[in-house]
Design a protein around this ligand. Sequence first.
Ligand code: PRX
Length: 637
Amino acid sequence: MSYPYQIKSLEQYREDWKESIENPEAFWGNIGQHFQWKKPWESVLEWNFKEPSVKWFNGAQLNITENCIDRHLKDKANQPAIIWEPNDPNDHHRMLTYAQLHLKVNQFAHVLKNNGVKKGDRVCLYMGMIPELAIAVLACARVGAIHSVIFGGFSAQSISDRLQDAKSEFIITCDGAFRGAKDIALKNVIDDALISCPFVKRVIVYTHTRSAVSMIKGRDVWWEDEVRKVETAGNPDFPAETMDAEDPLFILYTSGSTGKPKGVVHSCAGYMVYTNYTFLNVFQYQPQEVHFCTADIGWITGHSYIIYGPLSAGGTSLMFEGIPTFPDAGRFWDIIDKFKVNILYTAPTAIRSLMAFGLGPLQNKDLSSLRVLGTVGEPINEEAWHWYDEHIGKKKCPIVDTWWQTETGGVLISNLAGITPSKPSYATLPMPGVNPVLVDEKGNEILENNVTGNLCIKSPWPATIRTTYGDHERCRTNYFATYENLYFTGDGAYRDENGYYRITGRVDDVLNVSGHRIGTAEVENAINMHAGVVESAVVGYPHDVKGQGIYAYVIYNGTHGDEQMIRKDISATVSRIIGPIAKPDKIQLVSGLPKTRSGKIMRRILRKIAEGDIENLGDVSTLLDPTVVNEIKTGRI
Ligand code: PRX
């Protein structure tokens, strides 16, 4: 397969972008020709942002797995689809060719069906980064079930909330997962979650760490036993379910400014076309190249650029189970050397943490196979950008700074590797099909350049969020109601004289910790669950490695233990309610919070104190009790 819709020059990019905005139907209709459909579409695009209602390729029928697997069998049956590197470098890596992936996905699709999974059912996946996770995701898509992958760092309570929200009756998990020196007991966490989810009918457990698990009769089955039954039964082929273009493909929960995570829903056709198109164009992927995206499949980056983008392009996707610093800080470089990786796509937080180890871990590592570098998830500071450029890319590899969100499904603003001139810390220009605008507080579009504003998108791209699961109104109010007829991203951005965008960060109460989105309200709710806590306020502060750290101010009236112990108790509570990823970096116990006379917490002041900017707190005269500010300033951690 060649990629006829790969942009080859800056002029072509500009022409394509213009055409895509003036005539999106013609533009995406052309791209759509390059996929395998069971039935053609009746219309390319129908939309209004009022409801919102967005339909791409409406009337068409397809199955995304035929596009990600079956259609490559003719030419690429023996090409690796997935290369898997285990957590422990002494364990064997695995390679799954397209033929092997086809077999395993088909077998597991049978397993799902045999266990009662039907089209439209929601299946929750809580697994480590092993090939079986990708297989399970694709098998769900093959039978038409809606997958909901939950990142391994979430707690039983978070899983239970998600299972209830999606009404998932099926779970796929592992006994455990390895992450660096840790062994995480995933099935145990699922067992805890299921205490409050009696509606779950079936748990399929893959053996990975072979740690002790309790298998409940009538509910829990082993993955391997179920696959064996399919093998014994003969013919493993599983005809891919016919899906309508707008049928949901998956739900992925993400944090917002309210306490409860939202189930972002993406649908089959638009998401497929868009992840494929952006994968090929942003990275300028060439046949046979090895693409290494270091994200976890529990996040959108893993969905779009480990699984669906690379596989729909017939590419080779490298999946890594472990962490960049295990067994030492040279692990990424070893992997690149070992598999001759061509594209490395990672998060600024990983770059910063590796930078801190100096150049030693890079010694004797051959990185010459690298052609393109990418970053995602958070703004990249110039120092990290230059380090990445000099020491990893050896100044020969373009760096693509890709800005996007769970809700956007694929990259919306990014330079195209080797085509758009890059500028450190700038995501640069919009992808074809994407029409960004900056608006002021009142929602007026700002037309000039060299300005900052709230970043909105004017019209739909194929992987636009379709709804928030079970609550369409929430989708409308969150994204489409702040500014009329615009999708509001929640991010601020600066636009320079060339029209390049630089993302300045969230303008709502959402934190970005190590590239992970965490709502301050969510963390506050979790802290407030602790018996001794009266009230809390959570803000972000700049953190050298994580980008943002979590700073919690807590009013505590318990009597149990010293301050240090109380802090540990509060952390443990957050870990139990949300998961270890949301644990505050700093907890300051306070006797009061700065509030206005109407009872609103003045977060602006708390943010400044957390940032260490205590001399410039601005106007505090509207506070109910200004003395509390002095106490907080003095007790700052
Ligand atoms: O604030 C932006 C930041 O991450 C948010 C989206 O988070 P999530 O849905 O978890 O998806 C992360 C991976 C796509 C955005 O609203 N963000 C993402 N990419 C960048 C970024 N900020 C600056 N530069 C980026 N390249």
